[in-house]
Design a protein around this ligand. Structure first.
Ligand SMILES: [Fe+2]
Length: 187
């Protein structure tokens, strides 16, 4: 956790300063992840081209709005726990353990294949964070579960474009964004 020094001077009632710091640390990682996701969604909104442009372009803005609300809630929960949320881009890049989104101008299904992997990463980490705070802070756990309701819905919107009538995902075995982008759905 960049810039975090020592324990908070106060935290929410019934948590120790140590617990407050630990929960805030979990949330700082989620804050980084959500800030990265909001920027990535806008990047796709601007770079998607081809016959399905307008559907994907327009689908993404409500997702950006939803994620921005989650970002604000996450940062304010960190502050409520007595810790300073870190929202600067340099700190995000220094702390993150994933690579920058790797697809530039590309067709809708290419971006959606890559975005499927992005959502898989964000949601898995969010679920882990919810699990990690289940015992120590029910309020933070509830916040993260609330985010997951929406993140998993957004992920389904993306996946529905990649799905065949038989329920197969065209990106099933892809492990990188570029690989996922190269797989087109076959009817
Ligand atoms: Fe726009």
């Amino acid at each position: 956790m960049a810039r975090r020094t020592g324990l908070p001077k106060f935290t929410v009632p019934s948590l120790t300063p140590q617990q407050g710091a630990e929960v805030a640390g979990v949330l700082q990682e989620r804050l980084n992840s959500l800030n990265d996701l909001a920027l990535t969604l806008k990047h796709i909104h601007w770079n998607v081209v081809g016959p399905h442009f307008i559907a994907v372009h327009q689908m993404l803005d409500p997702q950006v709005e939803g994620v921005r609300v989650m970002i604000d809630q996450t940062a304010e929960r960190i502050a409520t726990l007595g810790v300073a949320p870190v929202g600067t881009p340099g700190a995000l890049v220094a702390a993150r353990e994933w690579d920058d989104y790797s697809v530039g101008r590309a067709e809708a299904l290419d971006h959606l294949g890559a975005l499927d992997l992005v959502y898989q990463g964000v949601i898995s980490a969010h679920r882990q964070a919810a699990k990690d705070t289940e015992e120590s802070d029910a309020v933070t756990n509830d916040l993260l579960i609330g985010h997951l309701h929406e993140l998993e819905l957004f992920h389904w919107f993306v996946r529905a474009h990649l799905e065949s009538a038989g329920g197969q995902l065209s990106t099933q075995s892809a492990t990188t964004e570029k690989e996922a982008a190269g797989k087109k759905r076959t009817p």
